[in-house]
Ligand binder design. Sequence first.
Ligand code: NAD
Ligand code: DAU
Length: 353
Amino acid sequence: MSTYHKTIGITGGAGFIGSHVIRLFVNKYPHYRIVNIDALTYAGNLENLKDVDPLPNYIFEHADICNEEQVAHLFSKYPFDGIIHLAAESHVDRSIMDPLAFIRTNVLGTGVLLNACKKSWKAFANKLFYHISTDEVYGSLGETGFFTETTPYDPRSPYSASKASSDHLVMAYHHTYGLPVVLSNCSNNYGSHHFPEKLIPLMINNIIHNKPLPVYGKGENVRDWLWVEDHARAIDIIFHKGRKGEKYNIGGHNEWKNIDLVMLLCAIMDKKLDRAKGSSAKLITYVKDRAGHDLRYAIDAAKLSTELGWQPSLQFEEGLEKTVDWYLQNQDWVLHVTTGAYQQYYTDQYQKR
Ligand code: NAD
Ligand code: DAU
């Protein structure tokens, strides 16, 4: 008999958001056993969880969610009470170059997990499949308006189309088989451990190394930025208190045009690096626009705040400064994740166990 009150499988726990969710759950709930299920793709890095790894209620399982056998094995090994599903291919630009990788992991992988829950959970009482999704499923907004939970889906990139498909599968398993599910759609996250292909960490890193700052198109596209730890807190609340079969939008009420955000980062970095005012901004280079680039995303998170009492905690300038400080202090991490050296090191560590 396990001494733990619950066993929760968290997929994609070695990635950016997943590592923050794992850290929160492992520390806040010592009576839960947390199983991190991750294939360690280019985006998955166990170095993100160095502090959590020694804790007795944390377990890492190297597995591909698209592999039915591997997933079935995990469901026979652990009596999962809940699955929090974050594993995905997550970068829009990569989805434009290699859509099939996104269809495989985001659609097939989600299907394999849902099927495993349906097959191995004999009774659905006290079980939960929590799917983590994105605001990009709603498509693109004009100058005004917000996405609500009832906004019709209109995905426009291979990434968002694959996430929309996975959302539909989750809801279909709920309606058809009665699988207990909950789903959330979040805006752009930022913070520590963010892979340096995404806008904010890429710009920070390029400023440090005096490289050009590639702004797509005219830099007028708008994103709604949320501190990643606030997203992790929302996931905790929704996992425990969200109504089954419901979806919740999560956002920062924090819209920024890309160019204004890059200018703000440049100003912060000039100060941090003791460079002359305006010197980082000189690195800004306008480049060819992303194909099918969505103009604006903005989330109405009223349902989550009124029903479950969640609010973002951090002002953007404060969060950006913390993020910049983290990258300045963790240049080794950037080197490891951009060279792939970490994967070999940590795979070796786990094989020795
Ligand atoms: P990420 O790319 O940093 O991490 C993805 C993780 O999934 C990695 O650890 C990777 O190894 C793992 N993974 C990929 N394919 C796998 C497979 N086949 N089997 C097992 N593991 C696999 O992603 P992220 O930015 O942390 O996003 C996590 C989730 O949150 C995704 O579902 C994404 O769609 C969603 N989301 C992200 C954002 C954002 O701003 N980053 C916003 C809203 C929603
Ligand atoms: O909205 C939620 C989504 O946010 C998540 O679902 C995705 O997983 C996550 O990657 C993110 O998608 P975006 O495409 O919005 O994020 P990205 O950081 O790639 O780009 C942010 C904006 O900056 C976007 O308008 C494109 C632009 N951009 C991006 C890069 C990498 C640039 O101008 N230059 C760049 O070099």
